[in-house]
Design a protein around this ligand. Structure first.
Ligand SMILES: Cc1cc2nc3c(=O)[nH]c(=O)nc-3n(C[C@H](O)[C@H](O)[C@H](O)COP(=O)(O)OP(=O)(O)OC[C@H]3O[C@@H](n4cnc5c(N)ncnc54)[C@H](O)[C@@H]3O)c2cc1C
Length: 461
């Protein structure tokens, strides 16, 4: 791309090309508008691409269950503390957004999963042997290009531009060939994702231990959009309360690892369990951060490894180095040679764990299911045995910019900032003080669609 290639005028300018930005671009283009979508990195789809792409929806035909049941699970996972109008917005639009994905954009689902805080299997998984989030990025890119969206990579928005009346009319953008000012006649959609890779923001807004979590989201998670909007006086919502560690992650590869969801046991450095492995992975990470040393040792056998390999998590969250041995004793000695780890205590812990699996009840941590409220854990007895050293990692932010139910960014005085919309992880309030698995990509898709329509001029999407 050269500077002369880059348009300087468009109708709708979308900043960030993940699930939210591409969804917004598609909707605005379908309404007949000229859309320019900018991506700061060389590759599209940020954290969306790295994710498992699981989306929690209701009213899809894949899972039975009412809006009321789904709403109750959402509120429960938010610990009853969120922005109710955004929760209602999601509830209102999930069934329609789902039909749009499946009927018009090539999404393909045939199963869903039941995790913590779920009374039904709300979490939809793309069918086929695909990497969920990468497939979502691919499908959305194809749909956007088919509709004539002009997509540019290596184009990083740095500042929003306002006219004399205070309306946002464009952005200053940094490219490899220099800086360019792009004007947008209809509106600008901020969809730049989260801020987990911005140490200053994480230190200030990351909640307790925010800066101790290993960021494993997309390389563009610098909070650019948040900073650009704050510079215009934008308000935030649940900005620090909503930030949490998510799942265990392997430091060398910076890859998430959820083998526990297929049966691994989680131990601390004392060789003791410290949480219910079937619980929400963020709760597991919070529990790990409370240990003397936050390292999480995931221990599993061949049966668990095989099950993980065949899961969406195993297809996406993979590639980390494993310890391997024919006996648990040798495995623990190997680990102890590398890290402070009580190998003897670990042998005793595994003995107790296997006993509780045989009995069908875990008196220590209540792991009576494999994951959430589904399935049964298996004994760790089939060699070879494996171990991974992980730490609490963070995949996303839950808090961000305050928006109204038209996805307009709200300023600190409670007024919408004219011409400025936001969608996806950059938005705060929907998740409030917690989150239901599968609602980050879910929210990015649903709110992305709505923001695209709103920016295109539909008063309320
Ligand atoms: C390993 C992992 C697994 C996950 N699994 C799930 C899951 O299964 N289900 C779920 O619901 N959530 C999951 N999440 C979280 C989820 O992926 C994200 O919250 C969601 O994809 C965010 O979508 P988005 O479009 O808002 O942001 P992103 O997908 O991150 O897209 C934002 C884009 O904006 C770009 N950008 C940033 N700054 C600028 C700028 N200044 N100018 C232009 N472009 C910019 C970024 O590079 C990026 O491409 C996971 C996350 C990770 C990391």
């Amino acid at each position: 791309m050269t500077m002369s290639d880059m348009p300087t005028n468009t109708d709708v300018l979308v900043l960030g090309c993940g699930a939210a930005g591409l969804s917004a671009a598609i909707e605005a283009a379908d309404l007949g508008l000229k859309v320019l979508a900018l991506e700061s990195e060389d590759e599209l789809a940020g954290s969306t691409r790295l994710s498992a792409g699981h989306c929690s929806f209701y009213g899809t035909g894949i899972v039975e269950g009412s809006r009321e049941e789904f709403a109750a699970d959402l509120r429960d996972s938010h610990h009853g503390d969120d922005d109710p109008k955004l929760v209602e917005l999601y509830l209102d639009h999930v069934p329609g957004a789902y039909r749009r994905l499946v009927d018009d954009l090539g999404f393909h689902y045939d199963k869903s999963l039941q995790l913590a805080h779920m009374r039904r299997a709300w979490m939809h998984e793309l069918s086929g042997n695909v990497r969920g989030g990468a497939e979502i990025g691919r499908l959305l890119e194809v749909a956007a290009r088919q509709r004539g969206v002009d997509i540019r990579v290596a184009a990083r928005a740095r500042r929003l531009i306002r006219d004399d009346a205070g309306r946002v009319v464009g952005a200053d953008v940094e490219t490899k060939d220099g800086n360019v000012t792009i004007l947008a006649a209809k509106g600008v959609v901020l969809a730049t994702g989260g801020f987990t890779r911005n140490l200053a923001l994480m230190t200030n807004f990351g909640g307790p231990n925010g800066a101790r979590m290993l960021p494993i989201g997309g390389s563009g998670c610098r909070g650019d959009g948040l900073i650009m909007a704050l510079a215009l006086g934008a308000a935030t919502s649940f900005i620090s309360a909503g930030v949490a560690p998510t799942g265990p992650a392997e430091p060398k590869t910076q890859k998430g690892s959820l083998v526990a969801y297929c049966g691994a046991v989680l131990l601390n450095s004392d060789g003791e369990r410290f949480a219910n492995e079937a619980g929400m992975y963020s709760d597991v990470s919070v529990a790990a951060l409370k240990q003397e040393d936050e390292t999480i040792f995931q221990i599993y056998d061949e049966t668990v490894r095989e099950a993980y390999k065949n899961s969406m998590w195993g297809r996406v969250l993979t590639g980390f180095p494993e310890f391997k041995s024919d006996t648990l004793e040798e495995l623990f000695d190997q680990i102890a040679a590398e890290r402070r780890f009580d190998a003897q205590a670990a042998v005793a812990t595994l003995g107790r764990y296997n006993e509780s699996v045989r009995r069908g009840h875990d008196p220590e941590f209540g792991r009576d299911h494999m994951v959430g409220t589904a399935g049964k854990p298996t004994e760790i007895t089939t060699g070879p045995f494996y171990g991974i050293i992980t730490v609490p990692g963070t995949t996303q932010n839950n808090g961000g910019l305050k928006v109204d139910d038209g996805l307009r960014v709200i300023d600190v005085f409670g007024k919408p900032i004219d011409g400025l919309y936001a969608a996806g992880e950059i938005v705060g309030g929907f998740h409030g003080n917690g989150y239901l698995s599968g609602t980050h990509v879910g929210m990015a898709l649903v709110f992305g669609q709505l923001a695209g329509k709103a920016a295109a001029g539909l008063a309320k999407a």
